[in-house]
Design a protein around this ligand. Structure first.
Ligand code: NAG
Ligand code: NAG
Ligand code: NAG
Length: 361
């Protein structure tokens, strides 16, 4: 693997080459290497979705990124790793049908799942198995921790915790512990996403999701059997958000009991996971999927659109503690956090709704 830090000006070319190399690989069986028996895919839930609109990979924004690459030494893909003093202020908020101010209840929900996602960074929780961390007790006071899991190979881990008070089965993912390093090491290989023809996902995110699959899938299924009227909420911060999306789709694709009425996915500072075909597939499922982006957090802008990535999910952009803008489109637009490109910051990746993400505080 070629790490991004070793690529400078040729980033675009090299990444494009890597992408086309990756495109040449053949689809794998998505159960290969999984050590538990998975139910078969439900055909009606893995249908590709037509792309109804064109995405502007050649826009001014892309040119501004290319220009920025020349003038911003401490940048990644032309975006700032650290807050830059020349950053213009956020665009003015104009309420419309496509950008709205989040209600207090919505903010409370987003904060709740940012809090839940943060618990996966606590060593007392993963791997030690004790549900006693500060945010554990704050957001799921009656949590029954059912399992914790992790992969040393991919440095990803997570947990399943049930709340009878909330009537919810929570599946929570943590990405790597060395977040800043893993961002600058991000490579952009895509591979075919086996369940849905024509869609592609980030190869590394997909491999790490599969690495953990057998450790939680049977447990979540058992819980659904025992608690059929509970919601299933999947959350994760950073690379854990990518895991959350892939895991949520997998459950939905294989278990009839998991529906758009009981399944919800909340990601926090999640990178882009797949290509536009994948984003449109995700949208076509109508699974409620909320994607929090904090201020100038760089991670949701990676891998860049220009390399063939696109977000699905309703974006809630936390502009300040009190102001959260919701871009109602279920495919990303430029009306929320994309408007700040290339003036991004790594530090903003670590605090969401005043909660520390990435450390167990
Ligand atoms: C914002 O716009 C939406 C739709 O355009 C409208 O329903 C809502 O009442 C507006 N909110 C405010 C605070 O103006
Ligand atoms: C986890 O458990 C081990 C073994 O019991 C103990 O040594 C360690 O201090 C625990 N770590 C945390 C963070 O609780
Ligand atoms: C998302 O999917 C819904 C339902 O299939 C569809 O009506 C809508 O047009 C899609 N949105 C976008 C932005 O393509």
């Amino acid at each position: 693997m070629v790490s991004f830090t070793s690529i400078t000006k040729g980033a675009f070319l090299v990444s494009t080459m890597m992408l086309s190399l990756a495109s040449a690989t053949t689809a794998e069986d998505d159960t290969a290497g999984v050590r538990v028996a998975l139910p078969p895919l439900i055909p009606s839930r893995v249908q590709p979705a037509p792309i109804t609109e064109k995405h502007s990979f050649g826009s001014d924004r892309v040119q501004s990124i290319e220009r920025a690459e020349d003038i911003r030494p401490n940048s990644f893909q032309g975006m700032d790793m650290d807050f830059s003093v020349d950053a213009p202020p956020f665009v003015e908020f104009i309420n419309s049908s496509s950008v709205m101010s989040a209600t207090a209840e919505q903010i409370q929900q987003f904060k709740m799942f940012a809090g839940v996602a943060s618990t996966a960074y606590c060593r007392t929780v993963v791997p030690n198995g004790s549900w006693s961390c500060k945010n554990c007790l704050e957001y799921i006071p009656d949590g029954q921790l059912l399992t914790t899991f992790g992969s040393i190979i991919t440095d990803t881990s997570g947990l399943v915790v049930r709340s009878d008070a909330q009537k919810t089965i929570h599946l929570v993912f943590r990405g790597t512990n060395s977040i800043r390093q893993s961002i600058t090491d991000l490579v952009f290989f895509q591979k075919d996403y086996p369940p849905v023809p024509g869609t592609k996902v980030h190869a590394g995110f997909y491999d790490s999701y599969k690495e953990n699959l057998d450790q939680y899938f049977p447990i979540v299924q058992e819980q659904i059997t025992e608690y059929p009227d509970y919601n299933i909420v999947i959350s994760g911060h950073s690379l854990g958000g990518a895991q959350a999306l892939l895991a949520g789709l997998n459950l939905y694709q294989r278990d009839e009991r998991v529906t758009i009425d009981n399944l919800k996915i909340y990601t926090v500072g999640c990178p882009r996971v797949g290509n536009p075909e994948f984003a449109h597939y995700v949208n076509s499922t109508s699974i409620p999927f909320f994607r929090s982006v904090g201020r100038r957090d760089i991670v949701p802008h990676l891998p860049p659109q220009i390399l063939g990535y696109l977000h699905a999910g309703v974006e809630s952009w936390e502009v300040s503690g009190e102001q959260v803008r919701v871009c109602t489109s279920t495919i990303e637009t430029d009306e929320c956090s994309n408007s700040i490109i290339p003036f991004t910051s790594f530090l903003d990746h670590l605090t969401y709704y005043s909660l520390n993400e990435g450390l167990c505080l």
